[in-house]
Design a protein around this ligand. Structure first.
Ligand SMILES: NC(=O)c1ccc[n+]([C@@H]2O[C@H](COP(=O)([O-])OP(=O)(O)OC[C@H]3O[C@@H](n4cnc5c(N)ncnc54)[C@H](OP(=O)(O)O)[C@@H]3O)[C@@H](O)[C@H]2O)c1
Length: 287
């Protein structure tokens, strides 16, 4: 059996991936679905309908708490993880000037340091095994910037750098690192997101022009989620493609092709075309 450990399984992509792998008809996966708050495990248990006692185990793990990661590692009966999925993440949206240091630290602690320290805890075992897979839920917000998401994008950009650096080294240990780059996904992400709402007291200190641009951004964002968000099952299919591949790629796009904005950024290295295009798309009145 392939031992899989997934972070952030209380909802969204992590939950769907855990259910799909634990339900795999081949029964080749033993899934350790981890979540920071075990009080939320009912949703996952309901989704697997109690059928998968032999392929699913739920463990507590908060990616910001090193001890809880080590405790989870100790509870893996097989004493090895073949496929580590770093998926836990949170968003932060609003004008940069209202973000408190604590909320910015929190995003970086979960998305960046949480991912890195999860990998750290399992890395020595994987190296000693001489094989392993590390899959990370990435974001197109880690490939190109999005206004009002500066800290979220910073955390996801940083993950790209960390994973790419690791991928170069870990090839020598037969460990493959892959990023699954998601655009908008229907999950609890927007519910769990720390977001400044129009009318919030915190926005009173913000200048009028920024507020009006933020209002446009929020409309754009809800339109994008309404029209283009993928379901978690679509994302899981891409995880499965990466998991089953004998020569996994470093980067997978969940829409199968590189999104045009990402493409624009790669093909126009001076950066201005991307910045002008995105500004036009989000803020122009005749979008
Ligand atoms: N949805 C999107 O549009 C989208 C787009 C691109 C990338 N992504 C990425 O996809 C990943 C999964 O998000 P999702 O869309 O499935 O959203 P989600 O439904 O909100 O799931 C996020 C998961 O992360 C968990 N989490 C948060 N802080 C944690 C911590 N300190 N330790 C352990 N787990 C923690 C949450 O647990 P709690 O329930 O306890 O909060 C939840 O299980 C994230 O990395 C996100 O950045 C999402």
């Amino acid at each position: 059996m392939k031992v899989v450990l997934i972070t952030g399984c209380s909802s969204g992509i992590g939950l769907s991936l855990a259910v799909r792998l634990a339900s795999d008809s081949s029964k080749i996966f033993k899934v350790y679905a981890t979540m920071r708050n075990l009080a939320k495990k009912e949703r996952l248990l309901e989704s697997v309908k109690g059928l998968h006692r032999d392929t699913l185990e739920i463990l507590q793990m908060d990616v910001t708490d090193r001890q809880s990661i080590m405790n989870a590692r100790e509870k893996v009966v097989e004493k090895r993880v073949d496929i580590l999925v770093c998926n836990a993440g949170v968003g932060l949206m609003g004008p940069l000037e209202i973000q408190s240091l604590d909320s910015m630290k929190h995003i970086l602690e979960v998305n960046l340091l949480g991912t890195i320290q999860t990998i750290q805890v399992f890395l020595s075992d994987m190296k000693a095994q001489g094989q392993g897979r590390i899959l990370v839920t990435g974001s197109t917000g880690g490939l190109h910037g999005l206004p009002f998401n500066e800290v979220y994008c910073a955390s996801k950009f940083a993950i790209e750098g960390a994973c790419e650096s690791l991928a170069v080294l870990l090839q020598h240990f037969n460990i493959q690192v892959s990023l699954i780059e998601c655009g908008p996904v229907n999950s609890d992400f927007l519910v769990n997101l720390q977001k400044a709402e129009l009318g919030d007291e915190s926005l009173q200190q913000v200048d009028g022009q920024t507020l009006s641009l933020y209002e446009k951004y929020l409309q754009h964002c809800s339109m994008v989620f309404q029209n283009a968000a993928q379901d978690t099952e679509d994302i899981v299919k891409v995880f499965l493609e990466a998991i089953h591949s004998t020569k996994p790629a470093f980067r997978y796009f969940t829409n199968s092709v590189m999104p045009p904005l990402t493409n624009l950024k790669v093909s126009e290295p001076d950066g201005m075309n991307y910045i002008t295009a995105l500004s036009q798309i989000i803020f122009s009145d005749d979008q």
